[in-house]
Design a protein around this ligand. Structure first.
Ligand SMILES: [Zn+2]
Length: 497
């Protein structure tokens, strides 16, 4: 259901595209932004005269009940909800472009491991997951993201143990319940240890099964519309767990269906060594050979890139999801983000799976990205505004949705975060964007709208029971460990590598 007309007033607007507005308004009609401007351009903003401007503009504008239901209405009109944004910073809703939601259920394992050690310690635990674990983990993971200002998230799910229910649909169900825009990527692995891959054979699938299940997931769930809250991508897991044949056929399938491609790439030097050993080339060369560079592809991590790799990303429109907390946690390295931006390659942000980034917030990844780049390149390497752009427009580009998401402009979807920067501790910071990006603890989230609908209000989830969503994650964790133990997998003692 499209929301009615909403007017956010007296707010500091950081639209990402175009100049910032110190005291501005944002008008929403249906699920889109109708207008953005300074309060001085809003005639009769305080006397209700603006109500007439939206009268009859959309069908949703006549839905008077929505005004009361959303709260915060101060105007007398029945068809316009007014939100007082005094003391708030408005940004586009944040866009998360790399995640593994099921990992909410296995946080805290192999804390001091390299990527490969951590994967090997985790695979057999993950092999025990079922649809209930996935649904509960996704609800907690997506709820946690919404509480950090995120209105769109991808999810890369690549383990489908047999007889465990419809794991893909379980994630979709949680996202739908929450109302977040969801880009689930149907992942896969077909190269187990017996074929020189890293994962044990028990967690891999056959190539023909993978292609059929991926096509089914697209047919069942993908919505290509402008307002879409669900788009599916095709996402074999990584070069070290997937055959060249699967990579090639997955790209053919995605292009045939008109959906996007995603995988992990150039995350660690171990991966680079393995790729050289097995394929005779470095990871980006390998992917180029398989037809995997292009404007419909975004890779997770891309930490270890050469100058030529970066230039090829820029030339082909290939995107990257930068996941600084996860890269730090696994000691993978620091991606060359500021150089990538300078050379014209697109970069978005990702929190990565919770098992390698425990409780990481997307708002916090802006800060983490900024600090990593400055630690590597100096204090001008990445500004607060650039970090905000990574988390919004950069993410929207990764998902192919730059025309619909990522900035506060008329015609785009009304995905908006209102951050309370007048909160006593944050209010001493002169610049609201600085207060958001540099802060270790994010400013309180006054409101989060996705397509004009409220997902979060005053720091609480509104579309689902707030505490129950958190508890679902703890339940998923307990259930997964119990299921793993039932299969004879010891879960204690896995906290360290
Ligand atoms: Zn990942």
């Amino acid at each position: 259901m499209a929301a009615g007309a909403v007017l956010i007033e007296n707010v500091y607007v950081a639209p990402v595209a175009g100049p910032e507005i110190e005291s501005g308004y944002i008008r929403i009609e249906g699920d889109r932004i109708a207008a953005v401007g300074p309060m001085t351009d809003l005639p009769g903003a305080t006397d209700g005269a603006t109500d007439g401007a939206t009268d009859g503009a959309t069908d949703g504008a006549t839905d008077g009940a929505m005004g009361g239901a959303m709260g915060g209405a101060t105007g007398g009109a029945t068809d316009l909800t007014r939100i007082d944004g005094t003391g708030c910073l408005a940004t586009p809703g944040l866009v998360n472009t790399h995640h593994h939601l099921y990992q909410w259920a296995s946080q805290g394992l192999a804390q001091d491991a390299t990527l490969f050690e951590w994967l090997v310690a985790s695979y057999e635990v993950w092999a025990a997951m079922d649809a209930e674990v996935v649904r509960d983990a996704a609800l907690a993971g997506l709820g946690h993201l919404a509480l950090s200002g995120c209105t769109t998230s991808s999810d890369h799910h690549y383990l489908f143990p047999k007889g465990r229910g419809d794991l893909f649909a379980a994630g979709v169900e949680a996202a739908r319940e929450l109302g977040i825009r969801f880009h689930p990527a149907r992942g896969s692995m077909d190269r187990g240890a017996s074929r020189g891959g890293l994962p044990p054979d028990v967690v891999v699938e056959r190539l023909d099964e993978i292609l059929a299940a991926t096509a089914d997931a697209i047919d069942a769930h993908h919505d290509p519309s402008f307002s879409s809250k669900l788009r599916v991508a095709v996402a074999p897991c990584s070069p070290f767990s997937v055959s060249a044949d699967l990579m090639t056929k997955a790209a053919e399938l995605a292009r045939d269906k008109g959906v996007r491609l995603h995988t992990h790439l150039a995350e660690t030097l171990d991966e680079e060594r393995l790729c050289l050993e097995q394929a005779g080339v470095r990871p980006v060369d390998y992917m180029e050979k398989l037809g995997w560079l292009g404007p419909d592809v975004w890779f997770a991590h891309t930490v270890h890139l050469s100058d030529s790799d970066i230039d090829r990303f820029a030339a082909t429109g290939t995107g990257s999801a930068h996941c600084p907390s996860s890269n730090g946690r696994l000691g993978a390295g620091i991606a060359r983000v500021s150089e990538m931006l300078r050379r014209g390659a697109n970069v978005g942000l990702g929190v990565d799976g919770a098992a390698s980034s425990e409780l990481t917030t997307l708002s916090g990844e802006m800060r983490q990205a900024l600090l990593f780049q400055r630690a590597r390149y100096g204090p001008t390497a990445l500004t607060a505004r650039q970090a905000l752009e990574l988390a919004t427009l950069g993410g929207a580009r990764n998902l192919g949705r730059q025309d619909e998401l990522g900035t506060l402009e008329p015609g785009k979807l009304a995905d908006i975060a209102l951050w309370r920067v007048d909160e006593p501790f944050a209010s001493a910071v002169t610049d609201p964007v600085c207060a958001l990006v540099f802060a270790t603890r994010q400013p309180p989230l006054a409101r989060l709208l996705a397509g004009g609908e409220t997902l979060v209000e005053d720091g609480e989830l509104r579309t689902v029971a707030h505490d129950a969503a958190g508890r679902a994650g703890a339940r998923a964790h307990r259930r997964l460990l119990r299921l793993a133990e039932d299969r004879g997998v010891a879960t204690t003692g896995r906290f360290r590598s």
